[in-house]
Ligand binder design. Structure first.
Ligand SMILES: NC(=O)c1ccc[n+]([C@@H]2O[C@H](COP(=O)([O-])OP(=O)(O)OC[C@H]3O[C@@H](n4cnc5c(N)ncnc54)[C@H](OP(=O)(O)O)[C@@H]3O)[C@@H](O)[C@H]2O)c1
Length: 226
């Protein structure tokens, strides 16, 4: 994997990047934040023909995906993605956002922490593993604040597209780690953000932090401008 651009460094390494370089590139800023991680095809699809992102990701993307999980305090994920991708418990705590208050079956067993973040209309009661924030909709800034208070300031959200939209709309996303996979799938598939237009006519602005490349996959990190 090679580094194509690093806006925080004066000189680019000429050698392939090491694990230490990657850990530095994806280290959380002081105080943490909310970082989204997605993969997209060249034609903007967030899924392959089977409706899952697992069919469009690539080996180098997978490496960055797992590294970011290791570096993060928790994974924040929509119930739709956890269901579609068969999320399982693991070393990084998983916080599942669900308006209806249903934990995906694949997360029901195994080891590792899972928290359900839901709203009062789900009928669920607040407790250690169920966080009720908001009445009819989940109050996402309140969930992020609660994660910080619980000692989990580095929040990695893996979407999906509807949750990412709502987090962007709520103004709580700091960074986007996006892989451009060298594939073109066509079809009428979801992009990595679903829902109403965001920001003004030209959307929200972001600035590039770094770009990596391996086997035609581009792994980038962008800072979302407030
Ligand atoms: N390309 C990528 O990197 C990538 C990443 C992730 C997912 N995906 C793909 O995206 C597809 C899933 O898309 P999606 O948009 O349905 O995913 P999603 O946002 O994970 O799921 C939507 C569901 O999550 C819950 N949810 C999301 N936002 C919420 C909010 N603000 N408040 C309360 N609940 C919220 C709701 O669950 P309840 O119905 O339980 O209330 C909602 O029905 C899958 O095909 C997956 O493979 C692609």
């Amino acid at each position: 994997m090679r580094l194509l651009l690093d806006t925080r460094a004066r000189h680019l390494p000429t050698e392939p990047v090491t694990d230490d370089d990657l850990a530095r590139l994806y280290a959380w800023p002081e105080g943490g934040g909310v970082r989204a991680n997605f993969v997209s095809t060249l034609d903007g699809s967030g899924v392959g023909a089977d409706g899952r992102s697992g069919s469009i990701n690539t080996e180098p993307d997978g490496r960055i995906f797992h590294l970011q999980r290791q570096l993060s305090h928790c994974v924040l994920v929509g119930a739709g993605t956890a269901r579609a991708e068969g999320y399982r418990r693991g070393p990084t705590p998983i916080v599942v956002v669900s308006r209806s208050g249903r934990i995906p079956e694949s997360l029901a067993t195994g080891t590792g922490d899972v928290v359900l973040a839901t709203c009062a209309s789900s009928g669920r009661r607040d407790g250690d593993h169920v966080w009720v924030e908001g009445d009819e909709t989940v109050d996402l800034p309140a969930v992020v604040a609660r994660l910080r208070d619980a000692g989990m300031p580095g929040v990695l959200t893996e979407g999906g597209p509807r949750l990412f939209h709502d987090l962007l709309e709520a103004g709580v996303v700091d960074e986007l780690a996006l892989t451009l996979a060298p594939r073109i799938v066509g079809g009428d598939h979801t992009r990595v953000v679903a829902g109403n237009p965001l920001g003004g006519p030209s959307g929200l602005d972001a600035e590039v932090v770094h770009l990596l490349e391996e086997d035609g996959s581009i792994m980038g990190l962008w800072r979302v401008k407030p």
